[in-house]
Design a protein around this ligand. Structure first.
Ligand code: NAD
Ligand code: DAU
Length: 353
């Protein structure tokens, strides 16, 4: 529709969320970004948007059910795009508790608040309301060398992270099936691009190269991920919330499978071209094989034919274009990641310099 929507985005200070806030504002809609500002939340990623007339930010922890209910009632969204989560698999292995709190309880609190809000709407508004639950392909478990995950693949999560996301997906679908809340679920493959926190593989590799440090590859580097440029994911999320059918699930992926070692070598060679090592050697000499992640899923691959067929979505970027853009972004935004490396981003979000 052409009239502006009021969209509540949770986790908008994170990697995908900050890219999504920018896309949604660019389409002319109103955004309330609700984010707890954990270690992964960074208001520097939204610095260009602070004075945008259609943008508001509220610091909100989804585990606080009363605060969630108050914010949802006060903002009165036409649509909710729920991205807030604890997102890093290695952290979930070291400390699963917060993953259960945020991903499971937090999603439950948001669903309940949205149900109350949705029931207060006029019939016409209630019909148009949407709740998009943003999830991951990791809920489907691990593939062998063949096959792809489809929307009907059985759930088989292995890490505390993916198990908590699987639980939240089931809650979201239950709120549709039981209460008729217009819920949609998306399951997406690995994202990369601007503003990704340097704990995830691609920014880890870029920053290690730039800082001349050794590049950790888990196990033998033969695990395979299906990589999608973050803007392609955000466009898909917008298409699903505006054109998708409530009750449906949409898989999102880029048909861009790579094993980790090949991917790391590709990035090293790109950096050899764009920011050569002072020693004249290739960055790839710094690759170091380290202890594998426990329960490390071998391969993820997404069949995204449903979203293409039903909503006309397709990725725009491929490896070549997406990796180059991403590396150039990190080269041109040194202060963004240096603030993270030094820890200063935590001070700046509260306006302390
Ligand atoms: P991220 O870790 O970069 O950002 C998460 C954001 O959520 C942060 O801003 C953080 O402050 C916020 N948050 C955490 N706990 C919160 C709480 N209790 N209340 C409110 N806000 C809280 O994550 P991301 O990589 O941008 O992922 C966003 C979503 O997309 C997640 O739900 C994730 O499961 C999903 N996803 C991510 C990928 C990927 O490759 N990164 C792929 C598929 C799906
Ligand atoms: O598939 C979607 C998922 O992708 C999202 O749901 C998660 O939120 C997101 O974190 C991501 O999970 P992965 O575990 O696949 O991403 P990560 O960047 O942590 O690791 C990618 C691969 O690289 C994985 O096989 C582990 C490996 N790895 C990772 C790091 C951080 C390394 O070899 N070295 C590293 O230093």
């Amino acid at each position: 529709s052409s009239s502006p929507l009021r969209i509540l985005i949770t986790g908008g200070a994170g990697f995908i969320g900050s890219n999504l806030v920018r896309l949604v504002l660019g389409k002319g809609h109103q955004v309330l970004n609700a984010d707890a500002l954990t270690y992964a939340g960074n208001l520097n990623s939204l610095a260009d948007l602070v004075s945008h007339p259609s943008y508001q930010f509220v610091q909100l922890d989804l585990t606080d059910s009363d605060a969630v209910a108050d914010q949802v009632t006060e903002f009165g969204p036409d649509a909710v795009m729920h991205l807030a989560a604890e997102s890093h698999v290695d952290r979930s292995i070291d400390g699963p508790g917060q993953f259960i709190q945020t991903n499971v309880i937090g999603t439950y609190n948001l669903l309940q608040a949205c149900l109350v809000h949705w029931r207060s709407l006029s019939a016409e508004q209630a019909e148009a309301f949407r709740f998009l639950h943003v999830s991951t392909d990791e809920v489907y478990g691990s593939l062998g060398s063949q096959g792809q995950f489809t929307e009907t693949t059985s759930y088989d999560p292995h890490s505390p992270y993916s198990a908590s996301k699987a639980a939240s997906d089931h809650l979201a679908r239950a709120w549709h099936d039981t209460y008729k809340l217009p819920v949609l679920v998306t399951n997406c493959s690995n994202n990369y691009g601007p503003y990704q926190f340097p704990e995830k593989l691609i920014p880890v590799v870029i920053l290690k190269c730039l800082r001349g440090e050794s590049i950790p590859v888990y196990g033998k580097g033969d695990n395979i991920r299906d990589w999608l440029y973050v803007d392609d994911h955000c466009r898909a999320l917008f298409d699903v919330v505006t054109k998708g059918t409530p009750g449906e699930t949409y898989n999102i992926g880029g048909n861009n499978e790579r094993n980790n070692l090949e991917l790391v070598e590709t990035l090293c060679h790109l950096l050899d071209e764009l920011r050569p090592c002072p020693s004249g050697k290739s960055h790839s000499e710094k690759i170091t094989f380290v202890t594998d992640r426990p329960g490390h899923d071998l391969r993820y691959a997404i069949d995204a034919s449903k979203i293409k067929r039903e909503l006309g979505w397709e990725p725009v970027e491929n490896f070549e274009s997406g990796f180059r853009k991403t590396v150039l972004w990190y080269l041109r935004h040194e202060s963004w990641w240096e603030d993270i490396v030094s820890g200063d981003y935590k001070l700046q979000r509260f306006g302390v310099s």
